[in-house]
Design a protein around this ligand. Sequence first.
Ligand SMILES: [Zn+2]
Ligand SMILES: [Zn+2]
Ligand SMILES: [Zn+2]
Ligand SMILES: [Zn+2]
Length: 446
Amino acid sequence: TSDHRGVQQGSDEAFLGQKRARKEEEMELGFLRFRQSLEKGEEALVIKDDAIVGLYHAAATELAGDFPPLPQKGVLHKTVKGPWNLYFSLDICLAFAAEVKEVIYYEIEDGLPTGEARTLKISAHKLDDAAGGSKSSRLTPEQLDEVAVHICIKLEEHQFLRFGASHMEAALDNHGILVFKGNQPQVKMNGVAIGPGCETNLFHFNVRPKNGPICGFDWPPLIDVSFMAHRHNKTMQGASLKYHMYEQKELSGKICLLGCHKYFRNSGMTKLAYCECEEKRAAATASQAAGGARQPRRNLAATSSMLHDKYGPKKDVVCPAFLKGKCGFVKVDAKRPCGFKHDMEVDPRTIKCAMPVSAFGNVCKNGGRCGYLHDNQEHYDNFVCANISQISYIRKVEEINFFLKILIYHIGRIYMTCKTNLLPWFVLHHQARQLLSEVSEIAESG
Ligand SMILES: [Zn+2]
Ligand SMILES: [Zn+2]
Ligand SMILES: [Zn+2]
Ligand SMILES: [Zn+2]
C-alpha cells in the first residue's frame, strides 16, 4: 500500500545501514526565493503557500520560455509571512529570476480586494549542499543492524506535533523494548535536508527486546503512548501508534514487518498469535473491486486554471468592488493601483462609500483619504491623517513652513529698506528684533 512506500521513501539511508542502489538524480537543484519587500509603513502579510505557487504559475505561463507550470521539487515556507522557496532545477531558477524580478500579491478576502498589496522580490539560489548532522551513535550502522531492529513510526495528521521522541521512547520502554538510537528525519532533497522546520512525521528507532532474542519476542501490534493532554492540565492521554519494521536478518520472512508484527504460521513459532494480515488484505481488495470508488485526483490542467483564476493577473478583470464602493484601493494616497480593472470613466466621488467604518477617527476603512463619497464628506475633506503621531508631525511641518514664510517676508523687507533707504535706521532695527523674537518663539515651542 502507499503507506509502506511512504515509509521507505522517508527512511534514512545511513540509518538503515544498507547500501541501496538508489538512482541519484543528476539534475542540479536550486530554488526561487519569494520575499516580501516592505515599503515604509507596511507590515508583512500572511500569505498562503498556494498563493505563492499561483503567482509563480501566472508569471511562468506568461513568459515565452519553457517554464514548468508548477514547482518541480517542493515548496517551503519559513514562516507564514515568508520567505517562500520554490524548488526547481537550478537552470530554471536562474532563467526565471533573470526574467521576473518581482511580482505583486493582492490580498483578496471574500472575493474583494482588501486594499493590501505587497511586492514580492524573487531571487534564485543554488541548493546548499551542506549536509545536516544527525544524532551520533557509538554503534556503526552495520553493528546496529546486527543487534537491533529498525522500526519507523509514522504519525497521522491528528497526531503530528502531539508526541515527541521522548514520549515514544518511554512507550517503547513500557513494552519491554530498548532504544539504541532515534531520529526524526527532515524533508530531504538529493539526500540533503532542505531546511529547519521541515521535520517529517516519521520517527525512526533502532530497538531490541530488553530480554531475550529479537526473534521470539512478542512484538506489540501497536505502541501505546501516553502524553500530557495540555501543558497546564496534568491529565494524561493515550494513543496507540502503528509502526513498521524494516528488513532484519533474524526477522525477515518470519514476522509480519509492515502490519501486525505477529509471526507467520510457517515461522516455527508456537504459543503466539499468527499474522492474519494477508487474509484481511485479500478481503479488503475483494470488497474494493466489488464497488469501492477511487478518490478522483485533480489533473494539472484543472490545477492550472484554478491557480489562474485565483492568483493570475487581474488587469483585464473588472474590479468586483469598485462600483459597489468597496474597493480598498480607492484612496487619494494609495501606494498602488488596484490589481483589477477600474472603469476610468467613473469618478469614485460619485460612488457612495460602502467600506466599513473604523473606530478611529470616525472614518471608513480606507481612511481619511478615501476616494469614495461619504454622507459626512466634509469630515473626510478636513481629515488630515489617521493617527496622533502623524498629526503632530504635520503640525511641525506647518510651523516650519510658517517660520520660513516670515523669514522670507522679513528678508524681503530688510532688502527693500536697504535698497530704497526710505525708512530710518530704527525701523530696520525694529524689524530685525521682531524677526529674532518670532524665531525664538517658534524655537521654544519645540
Ligand atoms: Zn503551510
Ligand atoms: Zn500481519
Ligand atoms: Zn478595485
Ligand atoms: Zn470611504
